[in-house]
Design a binder for this molecule. Structure first.
Ligand SMILES: *Cc1c(COP(=O)(O)O)cnc(C)c1O
Length: 387
């Protein structure tokens, strides 16, 4: 069981980001958690070991990461996976054929693809719902509904779900409330404080923050639920390697330094874009023109660096995508460097065109991930590319 150390929650966020889950290494006292490159552990004697038997089940580097991120989300347990997608796949193994899951309609394209192309064939049922409206969530409930899974803010339309309202509905039905907190990170939003049961991340994005690994992590409060997830983590085996865990652990040490900069750059770029292309075409929860700005202020303490812009046509989008110099044309987000992408043909290409159109992921929509460069350079790049 990957329980955080008792004193890890007594400190404030930045101190936890640097220290939680970690202890000096016992042989030499190395301050950095080593990369435990091993598949197995030698027993002291027959029937006696140090709590480690085989590295799919437990790895000290992985445990340090799990405890660290658990402390940041304010959770008791963490379980790391080989990717954010592997994390979703493993969480779905909590359920069985015939169970129904309500899913936010604008989840990450890969999450939709996993549900629609693979897990549906194994007998799980999914409904895709506009979770901006709690009434729609309540209406989607069926006798076999076991969970609600949503992102807030969503990728790429930056739509919000009222976590507390969703918790009330889910718990009224004894179902699990699962939130993808990849976009906001625990620095700006802690879904457990509003009633979530499981919070998960693609650590690939802001938590690692340096665009050099792929990973996922699920955080849980409830001990019994944690025991089931730990069983799945070992039994299904979608675990991350120790070096990727070490990279993510290095990343979280600066989460509290990076996020304020992503946020201030995001606000400046969004405001500037609103002047250039009209505020009705810029989707950013930190803008007063965002229809859910009030909810954003209520459940988030910052808005981050993700901005979407509607440019009307694929041609216009293509022009901008080809012109930026600092914003690199690439999938992914949340790294120190700024990226720009075209959701319809990149991250959300796995969503069928009719569904994309219905949601508002148009051919003219582009998505920016503002990095932590000097903001004047980002503004100059946006100016020359968009005007
Ligand atoms: C990237 C992403 C995922 C999937 O994570 P991988 O690490 O790429 O498998 C899930 N949710 C969100 C919001 C993402 O941005």
């Amino acid at each position: 069981m990957t329980r955080i150390f008792d004193n890890d929650l007594d400190t404030s966020f930045g101190t936890r980001a640097i220290h939680a889950g970690q202890r000096p290494e016992p042989l030499a006292g190395a301050i950095m958690t080593p990369v435990y490159l091993t598949s197995t552990y030698v027993h002291d004697a027959f029937g006696q070991h140090k709590g480690y038997e085989y590295a799919r089940s437990k790895n000290p580097t992985r445990e340090a990461l799990e405890r660290n991120v658990a402390a940041l989300e304010g959770a008791r347990h963490g379980f790391a996976f080989a990717s954010g997608t592997a994390c979703v796949d493993s969480m779905m193994k909590l359920f069985k054929a015939g169970d129904h899951v309500i899913c936010g309609e604008n989840v990450y394209g890969g999450t939709f693809r996993l549900f629609d192309r693979l897990l549906k064939n194994l007998g799980l049922c999914f409904s895709y719902v506009d979770t901006r409206d709690p009434e729609r969530i309540a209406e989607a409930w069926m006798p076999n509904t076991v969970a609600l899974l949503a992102e807030t803010p969503t990728n790429p339309l930056m739509r919000l779900t009222d976590i507390a309202a969703a918790a009330e509905i889910a718990h009224g039905h004894n179902a699990l409330l699962i939130f993808d907190n990849t976009f906001a990170t625990p620095f700006f939003q802690r879904p457990f404080e509003f009633g979530a049961d499981i919070v998960f991340h693609s650590t690939t994005k802001y938590l690692n923050g340096h665009s050099d690994m792929i990973g996922g992590i699920a955080l849980v409060q409830d001990d019994a639920l944690a025991e089931r997830l730990q069983f799945i983590q070992n039994a299904a085996g979608a675990v991350p390697g120790p070096f990727d865990c070490w990279l993510a652990l290095r990343g979280t040490k600066t989460l509290h330094l990076r996020m304020p900069r992503h946020d201030s750059n995001g606000r400046r770029v969004a405001t500037f874009l609103a002047e250039l292309v009209g505020e009705e075409n810029v989707i950013y929860p930190g803008l007063e023109s965002h229809p859910q700005h009030e909810l954003a202020k209520r459940q988030m303490t910052g808005f981050g660096g993700m901005i979407s812009v509607e440019l009307g046509t694929r041609e216009r989008a293509g022009e901008v995508l080809n012109r930026t110099r600092i914003f690199s044309l690439a999938e992914s987000l949340g790294g120190v460097e700024s990226l720009i992408s075209h959701p319809a043909s990149m991250t959300h290409a796995s969503v069928p065109p009719e569904r994309r159109a219905q949601l508002g992921i148009t051919e003219g929509l582009i998505r920016l991930s503002c990095g932590v460069e000097d903001v004047e350079d980002l503004l100059a790049d946006v100016q020359q590319a968009f005007s």
